[in-house]
Design a protein around this ligand. Structure first.
Ligand SMILES: [Zn+2]
Length: 341
């Protein structure tokens, strides 16, 4: 299988709410779930990812696979990066060897991994538990790995795309046909993802920082899709929400703001349908805009209270132009149901 060599490579770019965040230690409120391996991605990159996978998935049968998958769990912790890099406990059981072990490796006929430009790859890194900074080389036959603490996988901005092309639960390698599809018409690039090196066609990383590509925005508008929300806190508080005199039944709109901090969610009741004898009636658009600044827990509590009222939860509204979005809360309604207070 000949993988293409002309993929566009671009450096990963951090969204502003990841600046200052320690690699491998992403606050969970910045992450949303993707894929099937318990993987999470930064919420901004996840918007591009959803768009990219939406385009890829219907083509997979034609390209010879059942579904897409991921080769590992993201974000990668520092411990996991360390394990991959040098084996963590036993240097030599990972992909890279310290200088003191180079001669032994060569004596066994071992050779070294090279960079794309042909030079032997040498890193400087002090492995935890080892006394000094050492030079490290990658053993040939292993994929490159970032020096622990520097991997794009530790910032939830990169994934190693794999496939699911049989019955078992093990991820199968990405194929040339799929890589070419991602390159066609700049599909991956248009979704905000590029490669980091042609030698790793499976590795895609977010290069747009805070910017959502126009291609993704257009897709979201077309699909009525909304940005994914951070995962629901499983602890549903029992305190009722303040209702400010507004009867929170029927249909209303919840707007969720994404931005640095992520502490506040605004709930705006724009339309209230009063129930009359069990039927929705009397749509009152002037029922009052009820803006509540609540934390994520408050949002979950609201959904839990909706369940207790017994009304189906519905969403109303369009993506906005002012930086707020009407959230897709179906999933979170389900989450509230699955985690009764
Ligand atoms: Zn990777």
């Amino acid at each position: 299988m000949a993988m293409p060599k002309n993929m566009i490579t671009k450096p990963m770019k951090r969204p502003s709410d990841l600046i200052g965040v320690i690699n491998g230690k992403i606050p969970s409120e910045l992450l949303v779930p993707i894929g099937k391996r318990g993987s999470f991605m930064h919420h901004t990159a996840a918007r591009g990812w959803r768009c990219l996978m939406w385009h890829l998935t219907p083509q997979l049968a034609r390209l010879g696979a059942d579904d897409w998958d991921l080769a590992s769990v993201d974000p990668r912790t520092f411990q996991r990066q360390w394990e991959i890099y040098d084996g963590r406990t036993y240097p030599g059981s990972g992909r890279y060897l310290p200088e003191s072990m180079w001669a032994a490796h060569e004596a066994k006929g071992g050779t070294w991994g090279k960079r794309d430009n042909g030079s032997i790859e040498v890193d400087l890194w002090q492995s935890p538990g080892r006394p000094t900074i050492e030079r490290w080389r990658r053993m040939a036959g292993n994929a490159m790995a970032a020096i622990p603490g520097t991997s794009p996988h530790g910032l939830a901005l990169a994934v190693d795309l794999a496939l699911d092309d049989d019955e078992d639960a093990i991820a199968d390698p990405i194929t040339e046909a799929v890589v070419r599809f991602l390159m066609e018409n700049d599909l991956a690039l248009n979704c905000g993802f590029a490669w980091s090196t042609p030698s790793e066609p499976w590795h895609l990383q977010w290069f747009m920082g805070d910017i959502i590509p126009e291609f993704v925005l257009a897709w979201e508008r077309l699909m009525g899709e909304h940005p994914p929300l951070p995962p629901t806190d499983p602890q549903i508080p029992t305190n009722p929400l303040p209702k400010s005199g507004l009867e929170l039944i029927g249909m209303y709109t919840i707007s969720v703001r994404y931005g640095p901090g992520h502490a506040k969610y605004r709930i705006t009741a724009k339309e209230v349908i009063h129930e009359v004898n069990g039927d929705a009636a009397n749509i009152d658009k002037d029922a009052g805009v009820n803006e509540l600044e609540v934390g994520w827990e408050g949002l979950v509590a609201l959904l839990a209270s909706r369940r207790s009222v017994g009304n189906p939860f519905r969403i109303n509204g369009e993506p906005r132009t002012d930086g707020w979005f009407d959230a897709n809360l179906d999933r979170h309604w389900e989450a509230a149901r699955n985690n009764p207070a």
